[in-house]
Design a protein around this ligand. Structure first.
Ligand code: NPW
Ligand code: K
Length: 454
């Protein structure tokens, strides 16, 4: 697990004040880290074009040019005259050793974007936009210094300074950042970083269910009741996924329980041994509120997904102690509207995913939320996690039902709602990563069939 930050300027400031490291020293480490990365990937003599802006991001680029010259064939393009003190200082140092400047985006092996970093505001003017378009069209290996400029530069790798920035994990930015690597700034990351409520999940954080105890029976691993409605297939996928992920028993529950696999049980009412409930997937609108209340008149841990996220009864669900909500963007704006927290478009949500998740969690601190997306957000109270390991392979009907089953299974096996949710989310993305077929071909059944290989 790694920490994520809204901004790192306060962390830089700690370095100046607490560790006696100047801005100059930090910047030399930033440039050195980038130089090391390039040296590890490209042999001496490779051509490197560094495009610099006028602030300290540009200054990082100018320092990098000095460190790579003359072993590499380095050229520098100043989009604007160096303006910050550090940019002027770095330019003076570079001028002292002499280096070729160029004024167009030339063909090269490595292209470095050091136009703007965290100081970017507003929009680029048409001239800079067209330079970035040209850079994007280059065949070179593309490196973003700190962050891709204005999230318009498509990087193969982003070499980010000091610590991970939350903004890099906004869904819309996933296309731009490429592989992300943190560069240390003169002190180890543990020293540079301070507390943060936001964390990035690593695949290694996955804590699978285990069967280490010997004297057990099916009841020891819980009983998930999956309430099904109009579209029975969704409930079946959820149930199969839950059974495969370790729940001792799984039942589909409701009026429509015909044609279900033999391994899944069925009943009209909640079984007496129920230890967790999954509700919402494929529910349709065939249940009255009274019917639904009969499934909710208990305090079992519960995962709510899909159709129920549009229903007024959600208000009742949100009062429970152990509840997980797993909306995608469209469902989350419905949740926000039903809760009278915000009436917004999907576009507004996607631009401000972190803000609306924080708003929801502040109002409902007992609820665990998983907001689906290219980068999944999992949150409860003041703890926030991003799972960035999902891929477009999962963009298919039924993937979400499998996820609900994984969460439901862990709830039934008595994981806490937060642990159930982030472990299920990690298992879900791992299933997709482990799939060896073509990206476009992954089906929910493929996901379920791979659970046993985790
Ligand atoms: N502090 C430290 O210890 C360390 C800092 N580090 C590095 O510093 C970076 C932050 O530097 P920063 O604060 O100077 O901001 P930065 O990203 O260069 O942007 C400011 C420049 O952008 C320009 N600009 C802004 N908006 C624009 C627009 N719409 N369109 C066009 N231009 C626009 C603006 O130009 P202006 O508009 O003022 O003419 C100004 O010159 C950080 O990302 C990291 O790389 C590392 O070396 C580690 C140590
Ligand atoms: K940049």
């Amino acid at each position: 697990m790694q920490k994520l930050y809204d901004e790192v300027s306060s962390l830089d400031k700690r370095c100046y004040e607490n560790f006696g490291l100047s801005e100059d020293i930090l910047m030399e480490h930033a440039a050195d880290g980038m130089a090391d990365f390039i040296k590890s990937k490209f042999s001496k003599g490779s051509s490197v074009l560094i495009v610099c802006g006028s602030g300290n991001n540009g200054a990082d680029g100018i320092a990098l040019a000095r460190l790579l010259h003359p072993d590499y064939n380095v050229k520098i393009l100043h989009l604007k005259k160096p303006k910050s003190d550090m940019a002027k200082l770095q330019k003076k140092r570079l001028d002292a050793i002499g280096l070729k400047e160029c004024c167009t985006i030339e063909s090269c092996d490595v292209l470095v974007d050091a136009i703007v970093g965290t100081g970017f505001r507003g929009e680029f003017n048409p001239e800079i936009s067209s330079v970035i378009d040209e850079m994007n069209n280059s065949d070179a290996y593309k490196i973003a210094c700190d962050v891709p400029s204005g999230y318009k530069f498509f990087a193969d790798a982003t070499l980010t300074m000091g610590a991970l920035k939350k903004d890099m994990y906004l869904d819309a930015h996933k296309e731009y950042v490429g592989d992300i690597k943190v560069i240390d700034l003169g002190v180890g990351r543990d020293i540079y970083e301070c507390e943060s409520n936001w964390n990035l999940l690593d695949l290694e954080d996955l804590n699978l269910p285990n069967r280490n105890k010997k004297d057990t029976h099916k009841g020891s691993y819980g009983h998930l009741a999956c309430v099904v409605g109009e579209k029975i297939g969704a409930g079946v996928l959820c149930s199969k996924s839950a059974l495969r992920f370790g729940a001792g028993l799984v039942s589909v529950v409701g009026y429509n329980t015909t044609n279900i696999p033999h391994s899944i049980m069925s009943s009209e009412l909640l079984p007496k041994t129920t230890s967790a409930i999954a509700i919402g997937m494929g529910l349709g609108d065939s249940y009255s509120d009274m019917d639904l209340k009969s499934f909710l008149n208990n305090d079992y841990p519960l995962i709510a997904d899909a159709d129920i996220l549009h229903m007024d009864i959600l208000q009742e669900i949100l009062k429970r102690e152990n509840v997980v909500l797993t909306p995608h963007a469209k469902e989350f704006i419905s949740v926000l509207r039903l809760c009278k927290l915000a009436d917004i478009s999907v576009d507004e949500l996607q631009k401000n995913r972190f803000k609306y998740v924080e708003l929801f969690c502040k109002t409902y601190p007992k609820v665990t939320l998983l907001l689906k997306g290219a980068n999944v957000i999992i949150a409860k109270d003041d703890k926030f996690f991003i799972n960035p390991h999902g891929s477009s392979k999962l963009a298919k009907g039924g993937s979400g039902d499998v996820l609900s089953g994984l969460i439901g299974s862990l709830l039934a096996q008595r994981y806490t709602p937060l642990e159930a949710t982030f472990n299920a989310s990690l298992a879900h993305v791992s299933l997709a990563l482990n799939y060896t077929g073509s990206d476009f071909s992954l089906t929910p059944d493929d996901l379920i069939s791979q659970i046993g290989k985790l």
